[in-house]
Design a protein around this ligand. Structure first.
Ligand code: UT7
Length: 338
């Protein structure tokens, strides 16, 4: 069976206009700008307006991705949207994005793998392209997290922001397996996914699902908000992301020196730096956009990718290693030639 190659043909991202700075957070909890910058690398985050939903952010990022891929909206064969903060329990948010785009004839699916969601979604989309089922898939990571953040908990409220990133994953029609290391060879080389449900309590939103419905009491006690065991999670994040990266390099007979860019999940600059150290990749090759973004969960990787494509750091033919980690504990990497 011929397997087609899937490459990233277009990217887009969207940051809501409203900003929440470290100085703003100083007024809410016992924290300070210096601590947040030193311990996380974050200076400010975008926060969606009251009337802005996850599908609104996803729609804006998608418009950019479609434009940069130079395809028509009707060329989209499938929409996969990764999020932990859907507009509703149902319908899924991908269907709402489809409607906002004004198209009808494609399936639309949400994926839930927390901060690893986009990497999972890209891996699933890759299968549909490889097998020849679809030619163009809109893959999105989008979150409006601030509604699930407890702004009296300084352990978590300093971290999270809202945003969306989108990509068009397309069949590489030029792909020729006999031509290696050329731009014709653009596309996903492999993906590596993992999960460890036994450690789910390290990062969770306890209420709002079938295990615990939301009651006035729960709302009052912020039971619908993110709770995190930061220190333990930190160690697991470094370990898992390093492992997923090593698997990708080994699978493709590449070394750290072959990689042009690593785009890790933007959870904390110290986590990003620790992963780079484990891989022995210089920080100049690591995309770190957390300063003005914060942790936007499933959206961090596609947002950082779009920024680095737009500012010219990532060029056609570069080896790019995407890697993420999140609640679950999910993790995943995608190695691709951009
Ligand atoms: O997206 C999914 C993946 N996410 C992650 O993996 C996040 C992983 N965790 C982290 O990023 C870090 O653990 C945090 C940023 C959450 C916390 O950083 P830390 O270096 O692990 O701090 P800590 O919790 O060990 O706290 C150190 C000190 C403590 O004070 P004492 O006990 O040393 O006196 C805390 O009470 O800093 C204190 N502290 C703060 N001080 C000012 C904790 N949070 C704050 C704060 N402002 N916001």
């Amino acid at each position: 069976m011929t397997l087609f190659k899937a490459y990233i043909k277009g990217t887009g991202s969207f940051f809501p206009a409203k900003k929440l700075t470290n100085k703003d957070l100083e007024k809410l909890v016992d924290t300070n700008d210096q601590w947040i910058k030193e311990r996380t690398g974050i200076s400010s985050r975008s926060i969606a307006a009251d009337n802005e939903t996850t599908s609104d952010l996803a729609y804006q990022a998608s418009l950019q991705a479609i434009k940069s891929a130079n395809i028509k909206k009707t060329d989209i064969d499938f929409i996969i949207l990764a999020t932990a903060t859907p507009d509703y329990p149902m319908p899924n948010t991908a269907c709402l994005v489809q409607h906002k785009l004004g198209i009808q004839n494609c399936p639309a699916l949400d994926m839930s793998a927390a901060c690893s969601g986009f990497v999972y979604a890209l891996s699933v989309a890759n299968q549909f392209i490889q097998t020849g089922t679809y030619k163009n898939i809109l893959v999105i990571g989008a979150e409006v997290l601030h509604n699930f953040v407890n702004y009296t908990d300084r352990n978590t409220c300093i971290l999270f922001g809202d945003g969306a990133g989108a990509t068009i994953l397309s069949r590489n029609e030029q792909c020729d397996d006999s031509v290696n290391n050329s731009i014709n060879d653009r596309g996903i080389a492999s993906h590596h996914l993992g999960a460890d449900g036994s450690q789910s309590d390290l990062l969770e939103v306890p209420a709002g699902g079938s295990a615990q419905v939301i009651t006035p009491e729960i709302l009052k006690n912020h039971g619908h908000c993110v709770v995190m065991k930061g220190k333990e999670l930190f160690k697991e994040a470094v370990l898992s992301m390093s492992q997923r990266c090593t698997e990708a390099l080994e699978k493709n007979n590449l070394t750290n020196k072959d990689i042009d860019w690593v785009i890790p999940h933007q959870a904390n600059t110290r986590i990003i730096n620790a992963v780079a150290k484990q891989l022995d990749v210089p920080l100049e090759k690591v995309i770190n956009e957390i300063k003005n973004m914060g942790n936007t969960s499933a959206a961090t990787v596609p947002m950082a990718l779009d920024i680095a494509v737009k500012d010219g750091r990532i060029k056609k033919g570069h080896w790019v290693l995407l890697v993420a980690f999140g609640s679950g504990l999910t993790s995943g990497s995608v190695l691709l030639k951009y």
